[in-house]
Design a protein around this ligand. Structure first.
Ligand code: AMP
Length: 214
């Protein structure tokens, strides 16, 4: 099964993608994480993306489409993938349709995680992740079981994203409403959109997603 998680930054797409990955034989594909890795590695793509990501804007469609095109050919995607942060524009959605068709793959569901705008800034400013394995946490909503130790890999090093600051968050929300929110209509019209309540407890959101996926 191949699915998309849609929703504004801070909706919980990454958290839910990690949980779906754990519960089902599917792999999380986060274009944001891939771009951050490219920036860290100093690759050509990373050099192009760095300043745009810091400002909270969107990296060019060509770059992210190219990344996804290559990534879904990898063997770990054969049993299914969860797109987290892609597509983010209508041209990306159209390109995804095309490339899935070309590869003989399907898109089985698009799940919208609905959240109140007021909750987003707080959610984003409290979040951090394990520096080693990338597992996501939050200062109040999702703490590691043992303080200061990653549940997944036991590392004690954590990191916060450079773009998780109040100024950049505003721009990221603007990008979302301008470029990404129209995708809700796009997938609704195609009969693929399902919505879950992203304001519910993390486990309840996972339950609703499971139900939506059947
Ligand atoms: P995320 O981790 O999904 O919040 O993405 C972090 C940043 O990476 C975004 O603010 C964008 O600058 C960039 N980015 C990630 N995915 C995309 C995409 N599909 N299209 C354009 N830019 C993206």
């Amino acid at each position: 099964m191949n699915i998309i998680l849609l929703g504004p930054p801070g909706a919980g797409k990454g958290t839910q993608a990690e949980l779906i990955e754990k519960n089902r034989k599917m792999v999380q594909l986060s274009t944001g994480a891939m771009l951050r890795a490219a920036v860290k590695a100093g690759s050509e793509i990373g050099k192009k993306a760095d300043a745009i990501m810091k400002s909270g804007g969107l990296v060019s469609d060509d770059i992210v489409i190219g990344i996804i095109d290559e990534r879904i050919d990898e063997p770990d995607c054969k049993d299914g993938f969860i797109l987290d942060g892609f597509p983010r524009t209508l041209p990306q959605a159209a390109a995804l349709d095309e490339l899935l068709k070309k590869k003989g793959k399907s898109l089985d569901a698009v799940v919208e995680i609905k959240v109140d705008d007021g909750a987003l800034v707080d959610r984003i400013s409290g979040r951090y992740s394990c520096a080693k394995c990338g597992a996501g946490y939050h200062d109040t909503n999702l703490k590691p079981k043992q303080a200061g130790v990653c549940d997944k890999c036991g590392s004690t090093e954590f990191t916060r994203r450079a773009d998780d600051n109040a100024e950049t968050v505003k721009n990221r929300l603007m990008s979302y409403y301008r470029e990404t929110a129209p995708l809700l209509g796009y997938y609704y019209a195609k009969g693929q959109l399902k919505s879950v309540d992203g304001m519910a407890h993390i486990d309840e959101v996972t339950r609703q997603i499971d139900q939506a996926l059947g």
